[in-house]
Write a protein that binds this ligand. Sequence first.
Ligand code: NAD
Length: 242
Amino acid sequence: MSLPLQDKIAAVTGGASGIGLECVRHLIASGAIVYILDRDKAGMDKAHAELGERLHGIEVDLFRHASIQQAVDKILSSQGRLDIMFANAGAYVGGDAWEGDPDAWDRMLNLNINAALHSARCAMKPMMKQGSGDIIITSSVAGVVPVVAEPIYTASKHAIQAFTHTCRRQLAPHGVRVGAIQPGPVVTPLIDDWDPERRKAALEGGGMMQPSDVAEALIFMLTRRRGTTVRDLVLLPTGFDI
Ligand code: NAD
């Protein structure tokens, strides 16, 4: 029996942990062949041991656009195509803006914005040539609502929204769909960087989602008929006060 994403070739940035890893599991269960692009070699080896031969790990430094390009070239030379680019990797910086560490801001902005833009860019021409493909970017509820506790993170995700929806319209005539997924809080290692009080309250109050909630939403976006694009998919814990 053919699965919904049977033999589709997918790249997942930040796929060695958290949301990315769970999405990798769901992509493989849906029939895809998946390449994780991440710097965490041990995490990718662990995922490979769990998920088997349909999973490949490529060590990538997402801060270097040449490293992303090399990884995409490697996928294209071994598979001949790329059907799904899930530009997912990101990091978190919260807190009052005036207390901010400018170096930490730069690292986060580079990852959340530049790495996502370059990952998407590397997929565009091959997908346009194929006349099909899906580029999905992990944004956040902070991409569509200003979250006061996290001005710099919010700024990064608003930038992602702007990129996604300009590119969505540029690429639509070429048969390539571009969309963004906007989760609220999800239990992953990323929230270790939250303010401890906020983290404790969210975890104890049940106001968090699981990576599988996001993975199910990703598979939903990818399995719509080609004439339909899920432009944005905002996922919130029920009762989330935004
Ligand atoms: P995570 O910390 O669990 O995973 C991030 C992954 O990115 C790791 O595997 C890490 O090794 C990789 N990575 C980081 N910098 C890298 C680099 N320079 N080169 C290569 N790989 C690098 O994070 P997560 O919570 O799964 O977040 C994934 C995405 O979801 C991010 O874009 C994040 O902003 C977004 N998001 C997370 C939440 C949440 O509450 N966890 C909510 C909304 C959106």
